[in-house]
Design a protein around this ligand. Structure first.
Ligand SMILES: CC(C)(COP(=O)(O)OP(=O)(O)OC[C@H]1O[C@@H](n2cnc3c(N)ncnc32)[C@H](O)[C@@H]1OP(=O)(O)O)[C@@H](O)C(=O)NCCC(=O)NCCS
Length: 130
C-alpha cells in the first residue's frame, strides 16, 4: 500500500532512501528529507506491506511533468516486483503528467519499459522521456 510521507516516517524513510546511490552521505540524506518535507514540488511515498515499510519513492513535480528522483526497496524484498509496482502506483496519482527519470533512476525505468512492466494505461498516459 502506498502511503504519503509525513514526519512520523522520518527514520524509516531515511533508512530506505539511503539505499539510493546518491544518498550515502548523511548530510546529503538530511538535506533530501528536508526538501521532501518543505518544498511544494517534492513528494515522497512509502510502500507498506504487512511486515512494515519496505520501499520508498520520491518525485519532483511541475505543471506538466513528474520526475522520479528516488526509488529503493529493502534488499530482502527486491526482485519481487515492488519497485515496478511503486512506480506504477505513483504514476496513477498523476494521470495527466508526463513521466521522466533522472540520471540515477533512468536505467531502472528503461528496463521496466523494455519489460513492459509499466502498465499499458500508464504507458499511454505517460510517454517516457528520460
Ligand atoms: C532499483 C530497485 C528499487 C528495484 O526494486 P525491485 O523491487 O527489486 O524491482 P522489481 O522487482 O520491480 O524489478 C527487478 C528488476 O530490476 C532490475 N534492476 C534493479 N536495479 C536496477 C537498476 N538500477 N537499473 C536497471 N535495472 C535494475 C533487477 O536486476 C531486476 O531485473 P530482472 O527482473 O530482469 O531480474 C532496487 O533494486 C533498489 O532498491 N536498488 C537500490 C536503490 C537504487 O539503486 N535506486 C536507484 C535506481 S531506481
Amino acid at each position: 500500500m502506498l502511503i504519503r510521507y509525513n514526519k512520523s516516517h522520518e527514520k524509516i524513510a531515511m533508512g530506505l532512501l539511503s539505499f539510493n546511490p546518491d544518498e550515502k552521505d548523511l548530510q546529503k540524506l538530511l538535506q533530501t528529507i528536508n526538501e521532501y518535507e518543505t518544498l511544494a514540488n517534492r513528494q515522497l511515498y512509502l510502500w507498506k506491506e504487512e511486515e512494515g515499510f519496505i520501499g520508498v519513492i520520491g518525485v519532483m513535480l511541475d505543471d506538466h511533468q513528474i520526475e522520479l528522483q528516488h526509488l529503493s526497496v529493502n534488499p530482502s524484498h527486491r526482485d519481487k516486483g515492488f519497485g515496478s509496482l511503486m512506480v506504477n502506483k505513483v504514476l496513477e496519482l498523476f494521470p495527466d503528467k508526463t513521466f521522466t527519470a533522472n540520471e540515477t533512476t533512468a536505467p531502472f525505468i528503461e528496463k521496466l519499459e523494455l519489460k513492459d512492466s509499466i502498465t499499458p494505461q500508464t504507458q499511454k498516459k505517460h510517454p517516457l522521456s528520460v
